[in-house]
Design a protein around this ligand. Structure first.
Ligand code: BGC
Length: 261
């Protein structure tokens, strides 16, 4: 694969920081797909900023970052990220709160780094290249995993950090009942879990009136087990880019926000 600097105008690197793995790839921004191998390294434990930054730097080098330090790097983070700074830590080490993640990772990688919420990155990718590519208006992308992530897009523009997985529903933080981790932890049948999803998505559609709901996260590849059990007025469809969405979305946003040197 050729990765010469002159061919990198339509490329950027995407990195997805998850609870178990840190994954990255060089992304072809025109095709909306990987332009090389995906690299995955275990998330260090404890997942403190310094330890994670070191692994992110290794991932960036492994996918071609050393060939061109001008390549933009987009990184997803599973928490609220405001202007590069982590503001919450529902499923990551608490030491991240208040950390300027973009600055820490920029220093570690030697690249211009943009950091955004993981579900927001997935939402941007699905809106550009995936399940919501043909939908104007209000699109709600949710990721069902350890937690529940959300991305709200209006005519393709992201409203960042919506955190709808933490809506309080029936006295519970929604993700503690309806995330895929709750299904696994409580050994719920698809029918039992679908009842919880029904409640979650009914509240969302009554508050936001989206034109389309997209369901991502690892479990979305088994969508036929639970999406047909839901009765909603809003069309609800599985994500198309699945576990590539975060990496692709982060790369797209980083490349677009980058100010020319
Ligand atoms: C976090 C979100 C994140 C989601 C999915 C939630 O617990 O609060 O920021 O997007 O999990 O990782």
């Amino acid at each position: 694969m050729s990765r010469g600097a002159h061919t990198d105008a339509a490329r950027a690197i995407g990195v997805d920081i998850g609870g178990s793995g840190i994954k990255g790839a060089l992304v072809d921004l025109t095709a909306g797909d990987f332009a090389g191998e995906r690299v995955r390294i275990e998330t260090p434990r404890p997942s403190t900023p310094d330890a994670v930054a070191e692994v992110v730097a290794d991932v960036v080098s492994a996918v071609g970052g050393d060939d061109d330090h001008g390549l933009a790097v987009g990184v997803t983070f599973p928490a609220v990220v405001q202007h590069g700074v982590a503001r919450t830590a529902a499923n990551v080490d608490d030491t991240w709160i208040g950390t300027d993640v973009a600055e820490v990772l920029g220093r570690a990688t030697g690249h211009p780094v943009h950091v955004l919420n993981d579900a927001d990155a997935a939402g941007v990718a699905e809106a550009r290249f995936g399940a919501a590519a043909d939908t104007d208006g209000v699109v709600l992308v949710t990721t069902l995993g350890t937690g529940i992530g959300s991305a709200l897009l209006v005519d393709g523009h992201l409203v960042p950090n919506t955190e709808l997985g933490h809506l309080e529903i029936d006295g519970h933080d929604a993700e503690t009942r309806a995330a895929d981790s709750a299904r696994e932890r409580e050994d719920l049948s698809w029918e039992q879990w679908a009842k919880r999803l029904q409640r979650f998505y009914s509240v969302l559609e009554d508050l936001l009136w989206p034109d389309l709901i997209v369901v991502g996260g690892g479990v979305s590849k088994k969508h036929e087990k639970f999406l047909p059990l839901l009765d909603l007025r809003t069309p609800i469809v599985p994500a198309e880019l699945r576990n590539r969405a975060g990496i692709i979305g982060a790369a797209v946003v980083a490349a677009e926000l980058r100010t020319p040197a």
